[in-house]
Design a protein around this ligand. Structure first.
Ligand code: GPP
Ligand code: MG
Ligand code: MG
Ligand code: MG
Length: 305
């Protein structure tokens, strides 16, 4: 179960703990213990990610993940996957206790993981209740709602958490770094817009997962942009076909996305986001923190998977 679900990802989040910690140490070599501890924290985030993905794939009725069937789709697994998700989660705190209990920042670390998990579950809740089957209504979808969902379901655990872990290891008080959090949350929103875009436009072979956002009636960045650009006639097509599982309905939505040049809209958004984030980063007073944020942005800019 661990080999199947924890491995096989890009390790962006986990490696960012190690990379960020190195940059915060400004070129000093890490001791063996520091390397080990930053790796251990990186793996805690990868286990957190595995836990979220195992459960998210059940909730989103997904088919594949990281180039293989979703864990719950394995004939011998099914809904046992829910308990596996819980076990993955429990191990985070076992790893923290085993390696960090003597550290002065242990309580802050435990609190950080708990808070971020809570924020993610809240984001997942809004994601799920806006798509609730009984009240499918596209007119309630807007950029504000999209932003609220993705800030909570993605940005905190994917972007703020790795850097916050590195800051705690470096002896920093997180309350003094709310400006760093703001930039990372914006970066996380950009990352989830990419995820929404790739869900429809990437090759599933490269992406490692088959998109389900159209079928699932998700408040995706694409559908929000489409609604902004649609004529009356096109709006009708969208209302009639969005959120249905039949391939012919999905194909009509995809054809409409092409007609509306959402690929172009995304390219433009990507360029603007990159410029905006770069400016925000360069305004930060600390060069070490600038380097941390820039290296994270470089990892995701124009990603294909
Ligand atoms: C990504 O949404 C968000 C998560 C994986 C958080 C899940 C949170 C839980 C509390 C279970 P997504 O559904 O767009 O991701 P993907 O496209 O990878 O399925
Ligand atoms: Mg999903
Ligand atoms: Mg989801
Ligand atoms: Mg997605």
């Amino acid at each position: 179960m661990l080999d199947y679900n924890v491995r096989g990802g890009k390790l962006n989040r986990g490696l960012s703990v190690v990379d960020s910690y190195k940059l915060l140490k400004q070129g000093q070599d890490l001791t063996e213990k520091e390397t080990f501890l930053s790796c251990a924290l990186g793996w805690c985030i990868e286990w957190l990610q595995a836990y979220f993905l195992v459960l998210d794939d059940i909730m989103d009725n997904s088919v594949t993940r990281r180039g293989q069937p979703c864990w719950f789709r394995k004939p011998k697994v099914g809904m046992i996957a829910i308990n596996d998700g819980i076990l993955l989660r429990n191990h985070i705190h076992r790893i923290l206790k085993k390696h960090f209990r003597e550290m002065p920042y242990y309580v802050d670390l435990v609190d950080l993981f708990n808070e971020v998990e809570f924020q993610t579950a809240c984001g997942q809740m809004i994601d799920l209740i806006t798509t609730f089957d009984g009240e499918k209504d596209l007119s309630k979808y807007s950029l504000q709602i999209h932003r609220r969902i993705v800030e909570y379901k993605t940005a905190y655990y994917s972007f703020y958490l790795p850097v916050a872990c590195a800051l705690l290891m470096a002896g920093e008080n997180l309350e003094n770094h709310t400006d760093v959090k703001t930039v990372l949350v914006d970066m996380g929103i950009y990352f989830q817009v990419q995820d929404d875009y790739l869900d429809c436009f990437a090759d599933p072979e490269t992406l490692g997962k088959i998109g389900t956002d159209i079928e699932d009636f998700k408040c995706s960045w694409l559908v929000v942009k489409a609604l902004e650009r649609c004529s009356e006639e096109q709006t009708k097509i969208l209302y009639e076909n969005y959120g249905k599982a039949e391939p012919s309905n999905v194909a009509k939505v995809k054809a409409l996305y092409k007609e509306l040049d959402l690929e172009g809209a995304f390219m433009e958004y990507e360029k603007e986001s990159y410029e905006k984030l770069t400016k925000l980063i360069e305004a930060h007073q600390s060069k070490a923190i600038q380097a941390v944020l820039k290296s994270f942005l470089a990892k995701i800019y124009k990603r294909q998977k």
